[in-house]
Ligand binder design. Structure first.
Ligand SMILES: [Zn+2]
Length: 428
C-alpha cells in the first residue's frame, strides 16, 4: 500500500477542519486483488442468493427457484449442479403417478457436511454444538472456561474444548466441514483475526489460525452478534427479510445489520458498535469504552446490575456470576422484595431512544430485539414504545416491524452454519 499527497483530494477531519494536504491511498495490484476477494462478485452473489432462497423454501424445484430468485433457468441449472457436486444440496425425486418426467426437488443436504459452532456464554462456559447445513442440532457439549486476559490463551481453551467434544460426538471428524467461532470481540470475519476483546490484553491475535492449525479443520470467526443475525437470516425470523437490524441486549449491547441480504461490517469491519451510541452525551454514566452516556452504560445487563447495586448498597458480582445475579435480581424485583423500577424504566426509555435514532438514520424493514432481558420487559414495553414514538422521525413512525425475541442457545451454532453457507463461495 502506498500513500501519496494528492492535490485533487479535499478531505476534512472529524472536527470539520480542512486537511490541507489530503492523502491518496493507492493499493498495489496484489492488494487490490486481495481486497476484491473480500467482496462477492455478481456470480458469487447469485450463488449465495440461490442457496438462501433454496434454504428458505426447501424442498423446492428448479423451476420455482427461477421465480424466487429472478435468475434464468440456465443459471439455476449451472449453480445447482455445482451445489449437488459439492454435496451441499441433494436431489429428491418426487413419487407421482402423473405422466412425463418425474419432478425433482432440491434440499440442503442434511448429512455429510457438519458445522461445529462454539461460543463463550455469560456463565464462564464454552457452548459447543454440531449442526448440519440445515441448522439442525446433532449434539451439544459444554466446557468450563478458566479466566484469562490473553486472547491466544482464550483461543487455546476453545481448541481443548473442541478436541474433547469432537471425540465424544457421534460424527466422524472428517465429516466436520467447518468450525464457526462466535466471540464478543472486534474481529475481522474475513481473516479470523481478533483485534480486541473487552477486559483482555490488546490484539491483534490470529484466533481463527490458532484453532484451524490445531484441529486441521477450516475455521471461520465472527462477532457473536453477527452470528445471531446470520442465524435469524437463514433459519429464523429474518429468513424473508433482506433489511433488518438485530439488537442484542446482554452483558453488553451489540447490533448486526443486514442490508440487501448481506451482513454489513462497515468500511473497517467494525460495524456496528450500537452499544456505544450516546443517549446522555457529556454528562452521562461512564462506559467501558471510556466515553460517557453510551446506551450500554444504562441498558446492558451489566449496567442494570451496577445501578441496582448502587441503589441497594450491594457489592457487584464477578463477571462469570452476572447472568445468575441478574436473574435473581429480577426475581426479587418481581416479588417486590426490592424496588429497582427506576433503573429498569430508565433502561427501557434509553433503549427506545437509541432504537428510534437508528430507525431515523437507517430506515430498516425490521428491528429484532433479543437477549435475556427482553423476556422480562413485558411491563416496560409502554416506556420503550413511548420513547420510540417520541424520538423517531415522524414519517418513519410505526413503519418498521419490531420483533422481541429471547434467543435460544442453539442460535450461535445455527449462525455458524449460516456463516459457512454465506462463505461457501467467497472462501472457495
Ligand atoms: Zn461506550
Amino acid at each position: 500500500m502506498s500513500v501519496t499527497d494528492s492535490p485533487s483530494l479535499v478531505a476534512i477531519n472529524y472536527l470539520g477542519t480542512k486537511i490541507s494536504r489530503a492523502r491518496e491511498i493507492v493499493a498495489t495490484g496484489a492488494e487490490l486483488a486481495d481486497g476484491m476477494r473480500m467482496r462477492l462478485t455478481d456470480q458469487e452473489h447469485n450463488r449465495v442468493l440461490l442457496l438462501k432462497k433454496l434454504r428458505a423454501s426447501e424442498p423446492v424445484a428448479r423451476t420455482d427457484l427461477v421465480k424466487f430468485t429472478g435468475l434464468t433457468g440456465g443459471t439455476i441449472t449451472a449453480i445447482t449442479a455445482d451445489l449437488v457436486k459439492r454435496g451441499i444440496v441433494i436431489e429428491e425425486k418426487v413419487v407421482s403417478n402423473a405422466p412425463g418426467r418425474p419432478r425433482v426437488n432440491l434440499r440442503i443436504n442434511p448429512e455429510g457436511k457438519y458445522v461445529v459452532g462454539i461460543t463463550a456464554t455469560n456463565d464462564g462456559e464454552l457452548l459447543l454444538e454440531i449442526v448440519n447445513l440445515r441448522g439442525e442440532s446433532l449434539a451439544v457439549s459444554t466446557a468450563l472456561l478458566t479466566p484469562t486476559t490473553s486472547i491466544a490463551d482464550f483461543a487455546r481453551q476453545f481448541v481443548a474444548a473442541l478436541e474433547t467434544a469432537i471425540a465424544g460426538w457421534p460424527v466422524r471428524r472428517e465429516d466436520i466441514y467447518r468450525i464457526g467461532v462466535g466471540i464478543p470481540a472486534v474481529v475481522d470475519n474475513r481473516t479470523g483475526i481478533v483485534e480486541q476483546i473487552l477486559t483482555f490484553e490488546p490484539g491483534p491475535c490470529d484466533f481463527g489460525g490458532i484453532v484451524e492449525r490445531a484441529l486441521g479443520i477450516p475455521t471461520l470467526v465472527d462477532n457473536n452478534i453477527n452470528l445471531l443475525a446470520r442465524a435469524e437470516h437463514w433459519y429464523g425470523l429474518g429468513a424473508q427479510l433482506g433489511d433488518f437490524t438485530l439488537i442484542n441486549v446482554d452483558l453488553g449491547i451489540g447490533a448486526a445489520l443486514y442490508r440487501g441480504g448481506q451482513l454489513i461490517s462497515g468500511a473497517h469491519g467494525i460495524a456496528s458498535e450500537f452499544g456505544h451510541v450516546k443517549v446522555v452525551p457529556d454528562t452521562g454514566r461512564l462506559c467501558h469504552c471510556g466515553a460517557r452516556g453510551c446506551i450500554q452504560a444504562y441498558c446492558s445487563i451489566h449496567a442494570i446490575i451496577r445501578q441496582a447495586c448502587e441503589r441497594l448498597g450491594r457489592a457487584e458480582p464477578r463477571y462469570e456470576e452476572m447472568g445468575r445475579f441478574f436473574e435473581e435480581l429480577m426475581a426479587e424485583h418481581a416479588a417486590a422484595a426490592i424496588d429497582i423500577w427506576p433503573v429498569l424504566e430508565q433502561a427501557s426509555h434509553y433503549l427506545g431512544v437509541a432504537v428510534a435514532n437508528h430507525i431515523t438514520m437507517q430506515d430498516p424493514e425490521a428491528v429484532i430485539l433479543c437477549g435475556p432481558p427482553i423476556a422480562m420487559m413485558d411491563k416496560l414495553r409502554g416506556t420503550f414504545f413511548a420513547a420510540l414514538e417520541q424520538n423517531t422521525f415522524p414519517t418513519l413512525r410505526r413503519r418498521t416491524k419490531l420483533y422481541f425475541k429471547a434467543w435460544d442457545k442453539g442460535a450461535f451454532a445455527r449462525g455458524a452454519a449460516a456463516m459457512v453457507l454465506e462463505h461457501l463461495y467467497s472462501s472457495a
